[in-house]
Design a binder for this molecule. Structure first.
Ligand SMILES: Nc1ncnc2c1ncn2[C@@H]1O[C@H](COP(=O)(O)OP(=O)(O)OP(=O)(O)O)[C@@H](O)[C@H]1O
Ligand SMILES: [Mg+2]
Length: 214
């Protein structure tokens, strides 16, 4: 995008008053044309163990094979670096998602299809990211797996720790998970294998003209 993608620039005291948007010489349209696909954020949401990271990486591999420009942003990895200063308090969880939204927006501006894999339990936070982007750039992907299945999978042993009280505020146990109201894609991972789940996302991107088949 050559123009500022920010709908409104908040000017807070001395901090931002002298900061002026510098238009880029290569537009997002130029990049999309060269890449051969539209940019987007595939925002995966779901319980721990639902399969966000697994399906996100399977989708990323398929997109890579289709010569798309992609990147995966995954929960724990982001908390190691960019958001290493944030805790799991309510305020910091919101800030965590806000920053990821901003990074996703930069990747979209660079022309990429970015896949994010964060529990992101609150609709309000997911809507905040949707608002940060242009219409059509935010695709909410609900990794819809019953908690019983997630708990049985328990790939990181987190449910066990949450049940024994070793971990507090665990989503689905003693912290709320708000299922999406109107996710663009709902993936039922208990009903089909990983490849089929990933294919469902790829088919959405083809049907809605983000990518082409060949
Ligand atoms: N159809 C399926 N889709 C995705 N994962 C599946 C499926 N069937 C089985 N699994 C298994 O379920 C587990 C999902 O774990 P994964 O780490 O992807 O969850 P997550 O949603 O990223 O959790 P967290 O929020 O803790 O990072 C993996 O061990 C994966 O192999
Ligand atoms: Mg994960």
């Amino acid at each position: 995008m050559s123009q500022s993608p920010y709908k409104e620039v908040e000017v807070t005291g001395d901090k931002s008053s002298d900061v002026v948007w510098h238009n880029a010489s290569v537009s997002l349209e130029d990049r999309s044309k060269k890449n051969g696909h539209k940019p987007a954020v595939l925002w995966f949401t779901g319980l721990s163990g639902s399969g966000k990271s697994t399906v996100a990486n399977a989708v990323d591999r398929m997109l890579y094979e289709l010569n798309c420009k992609t990147y995966v942003l995954d929960g724990d990895n982001v908390r190691h670096g960019l958001n290493g200063d944030l805790s799991f308090s309510d305020a910091d969880r919101v800030e965590n998602i806000r920053r990821i939204g901003e990074v996703s927006k930069l990747f979209v501006d660079a022309g990429l299809i970015v896949t994010t894999a964060f529990i992101s339990p609150f609709q309000q936070d997911r809507d905040m990211v949707r608002q940060q982007l242009e219409p059509g750039q935010f695709i909410e992907v609900f990794i819809d797996t019953p908690i019983e299945v997630c708990e049985q999978r328990d790939p990181k042993g987190l449910y066990k720790k949450a049940r024994s009280g070793e971990i507090k505020n665990f989503t689905g146990i003693d912290s709320t998970y708000e299922a999406p109201n109107e996710a663009e894609i709902q993936v039922l991972t208990a009903d089909k294998g990983i490849e089929a789940c990933a294919m469902q996302v790829i088919e959405y991107l083809i049907t809605n003209n983000y990518i082409s088949k060949d």
